[in-house]
Design a binder for this molecule. Structure first.
Ligand code: Z15
Length: 829
């Protein structure tokens, strides 16, 4: 038999890759192939996991032609690429998203039915890649989704943690963390590329030498190296034939193990190097908005940015590319300070490896980076001790010192004689120990610096980086965060999506401002009825899930009041809890007749950083209150508190569409933006919230008749702090607050043991850094307004529809447009 001719083979090798036919038959065939040849099983013998693996690989096959084609096009087009540098990507499950993007949902459903496979069970088999903590990681995932949908060239760079965010369980009401071994049953969405591995050095020393031209140069001799192996993930745009790439790095040892040692029989010693290297990408640090000053964390940060820069410069740019023109081809967006070590790394590459002189290299570097700040909490700004940085990255420390020296000369020139300012602005802090302020380094190096909501960006200029704003006012800008309407509306809320599409067509999925067209329907009683029907169906779906997942009953006739987000004092879960206890105490004490209590279920979801003691005590208290309130007959079942463990993206997709009320109650000036707030509003929940983060913009857009606003403004918070905040005064003067706290303090919820709650109560009464007690009265007032509004179903529906109609602004597509216009535009490079 003769093989195909050379011409035919060449054609097959270079022409476009063919997708399987987009028909039920084609899908079944590809699926069975994947099951037989990929998984090595027959359908009749296959497990759910086999089926999940084969289904995922089938969807992959359909996306493959677009992926290869996008890569091919990107290599030719010579446009500027967005290198999104993020230590976290909180992706959520991939199967549903990729079926949606490739328009294969219906075909897959029918194909699975034809194979006698339970599609829901197969979907349930996927473990979400939890490679992030909370808002920051989820934002990165929304952004790469939008960039693919908008056909913007983007490479998402990050870390392939072997263990993502811990799995949370509760034992005796307390959080217990379990490892998240998300890779255990196979990971069908990733493509390892060991042949594209890069070397990363650590520690060692630097030395100077004279090059061939007799110029003095510096080189770094690292003491040890690890290999970074890239794993590629598809990032499909919404039905546009575009598939971008997420490139996550895994750390491996260079020599698998020391063979000689192994032969001598010392197995443990032999694999030490391997363990040491692999630890770098072993586990995600489970801290959110609180930096971990640990050496391993710095290793992770340097590891992934060193891999990413090397990858872009050596493997992505054309071979002969002139690096003087680097800013024309890349903008590295720094997602918080975690990747900021990339700045001295690029300088090192240009100066030490490529032989650029310093000024030239610095001119290039300053145009290749932009920095997004995600916080206002001063304690959340990363700082690395000089001692540690110098030991782990000696050359980078030298470079940082030189950047600082020349920067401080600039400051001196701009503000002669102002030594105080120079000390304040130095990248190197002297107190309490000598350390590198990563946010300052990012601000000095970044072409642009942005906050993540209007208020946040203003406070960033005024309070966090005022000296830098005075020096470079044009550097600062705002880009308000957004969320992808694909995952958080179209995928998570199929019923609402259908109702919207039936009413205004389906253009909103990629042009969310079109939701405005729903406004007139707020006055249409029939539309309002259908809107309520959708909410009820979503609540029923959540009820079914919670029954199976957590063995709890979600009362379908209750107002569903939801507070889901990381557990942090500034977010004020305790304020929500004080409200719950006050309602209960009212009935218990006879102040409130139980028939007057609006039937309500309060649903919490929150993980605490394992080392954050107060947050864990608050989790304990929520669970303790829930156990009592849910079962005390005095409440007649009118108040339920649910706290399903392990809140994650998968659960969010079920909870948010079912919610009536969205709790966004952080102390003004503390939440940079929030993105959950946007997801709820877009899914027809009303917000009870403070003037904080993006709440301000939500309120502006939906109007105050459709938002339950309460609490101090940020300047009012500042004033109160100036006057001297005395939390116990609120306790003394507000009898309801006193009764509420006293009930907790009596041990009523903790088996008669007041000691079990003393840490939380002492903190509230004596410190209360986030002013929960000061907020209590106004918050209860706002909850009264909620209940009055909820008592009028037509008025409530009207408001929820207007929330949906007016929140198109919060699409992450709009955020990406703003980044393109204000930060990534070629003219600004
Ligand atoms: C994180 O999730 C956020 C800020 C941080 O500094 C870190 Cl380390 C993690 C959050 C903000 O708290 C939240 O307000 C914001 O919406 C989110 O980042 C995305 O910008």
């Amino acid at each position: 038999r003769r093989g195909p001719s050379f011409e035919a083979t060449h054609e097959l090798a270079t022409g476009p890759v063919a997708s399987p036919p987009a028909t039920v038959d084609g899908f079944v065939r590809e699926f069975l192939d994947q099951l037989n040849f990929g998984q090595g099983v027959k359908l009749s013998q296959s497990t759910i996991n086999d089926q999940y693996m084969a289904l995922a690989r089938t969807v992959r096959s359909y996306l493959m032609a677009s992926w290869l084609e996008t890569g091919h096009r990107r290599r030719k087009e010579e446009t500027k690429v967005v290198g999104y540098l993020s230590a976290e990507y909180l992706l959520g499950r991939q199967l549903g998203n990729n079926l949606l993007a490739s328009d294969l949902q219906d075909i897959a459903d029918q194909a699975m039915e034809r194979c006698g496979i339970d599609m829901a069970a197969v979907r349930g088999q996927e473990v979400e890649p939890g490679l992030g903590n909370g808002g920051l990681g989820r934002l990165a995932a929304c952004f790469v989704d939008s960039l693919a949908t908008m056909d913007v060239a983007c490479i998402g760079y990050g870390i392939r943690y072997e263990y993502g965010i811990f799995r949370q369980t509760f034992v005796d009401h307390r959080q217990v963390e379990e490892p998240d071994s998300w890779l255990r049953l196979g990971s069908p969405w990733e493509f390892p590329h060991p042949e594209r591995a890069v070397q990363v050095g650590f520690a060692g020393h630097t030395e100077t030498y004279a090059d061939e031209q007799g110029r003095e140069r510096t080189r770094w001799a690292p003491a040890w190296q690890v290999r970074g192996v890239p794993y590629h993930y598809m990032v499909p745009g919404f039905r546009n034939g575009v598939v971008n790439t997420l490139r996550l790095w895994s750390a491996e040892a260079n020599q698998a193990f020391d063979l000689q040692t192994f032969n001598r029989g010392d197995y443990a010693q032999a694999s030490r190097a391997e363990i040491f290297a692999e630890n770098i990408s072993k586990v995600l640090y489970p801290d959110d908005s609180t930096p971990q000053g640990k050496e391993l964390r710095l290793q992770q940060q340097y590891f992934f940015v060193a891999c990413s820069l090397r990858d872009f410069i050596e493997n992505t740019l054309p071979r002969d590319f002139d690096l003087h023109r680097l800013p024309e081809r890349i903008i590295f967006q720094l997602n918080d300070t975690h990747p900021v070590i990339a700045v001295p790394e690029l300088m090192r590459i240009l100066v030490d490896e490529k032989g650029f002189d310093w000024d030239e290299a610095w001119g290039i570097t300053r145009r290749c980076f932009a920095y997004t700040c995600h916080t206002l909490l001063p304690e959340a700004l990363e700082v690395w001790p000089v001692e540690l940085l110098g030991r782990l990255l000696p050359r980078h420390l030298e470079i940082i010192y030189r950047i600082n020296e020349e920067f401080l000369l600039e400051v001196r020139e701009a503000f002669p004689g102002d030594e105080g300012r120079i000390r304040r602005m130095s990248i190197i802090a002297e107190q309490p120990q000598r350390a590198v302020r990563m946010a300052y380094l990012a601000t000095v190096a970044g072409a642009k610096v942005n906050g993540v909501a209007e208020l946040h960006s203003q406070l960033l200029r005024d309070d966090v980086l005022p000296d830098f704003n005075a020096m470079w006012p044009d550097k600062f800008t705002n880009v308000t965060n957004g969320i992808t309407p694909r995952r958080f509306l179209r995928l998570a809320n199929r019923k609402l999506s259908s109702l919207i599409t039936d009413t205004i067509g389906d253009g909103w999925v990629t042009d969310l401002d079109r939701l405005r067209e729903l406004e007139p329907y707020a006055n249409d009683p029939e539309f309002r009825r259908r809107f309520r029907e959708v909410k009820a169906a979503n609540k029923a779906r959540l009820g079914d899930l919670l029954q199976v997942r957590d063995g709890v009953e979600l009362r379908q006739d209750h107002l569903l009041d939801v507070m889901v987000k990381r557990l942090h004092e500034y977010k004020r879960q305790t304020l929500k809890l004080l409200h719950v206890v006050s309602v209960y105490e009212g009935v218990l004490s006879g102040r409130t007749p139980v028939e007057q209590v609006t039937p309500r279920t309060v649903l919490f979801g929150a993980k605490a950083a394992p080392g954050y003691h107060m947050a864990k005590e608050i989790i304990y208290l929520i669970n303790a209150v829930a156990a009592k309130v849910n079962t005390d007959p005095v409440m007649d079942g009118r108040l339920q508190v649910l706290f399903p463990a392990n809140y994650n993206v998968t659960l969010a997709e079920k909870v948010i569409p079912a919610a009536d009320l969205s709790e966004q109650i952080s102390l003004a000036g503390k939440e940079a933006s929030g993105t959950g707030n946007m997801k709820f509003a877009l899914n027809g929940a009303l917000t009870i919230g403070t003037l904080d983060g993006a709440n301000v913009e939500i309120l502006d857009l939906v109007g105050e008749d459709h938002f339950f606003l309460f609490g101090m403004t940020e300047p009012e918070v500042e004033q109160l702090l100036q006057r001297g905040y005395v939390p116990s005064a609120y306790y003394d003067q507000d009898p309801v607050l006193k009764a509420t706290i006293d009930l907790i303090g009596s041990g009523h919820f903790t088996g008669g043991d007041p000691g079990a709650v003393s840490a939380v109560l002492d903190n509230l009464l004596n410190h209360d850094p986030f002013m929960a007690l000061a907020g209590f009265h106004a918050y209860l007032g706002a909850q009264d307004r909620v209940e009055r509004a909820y008592a009028d179903p037509e008025g409530w529906s009207r408001s929820t529809i207007l929330n949906v109609a007016r929140c198109g602004f919060f699409s992450s597509d709009r955020s990406m447009r703003d980044y393109l216009d204000r930060i990534w535009a070629p003219g600004q490079a």
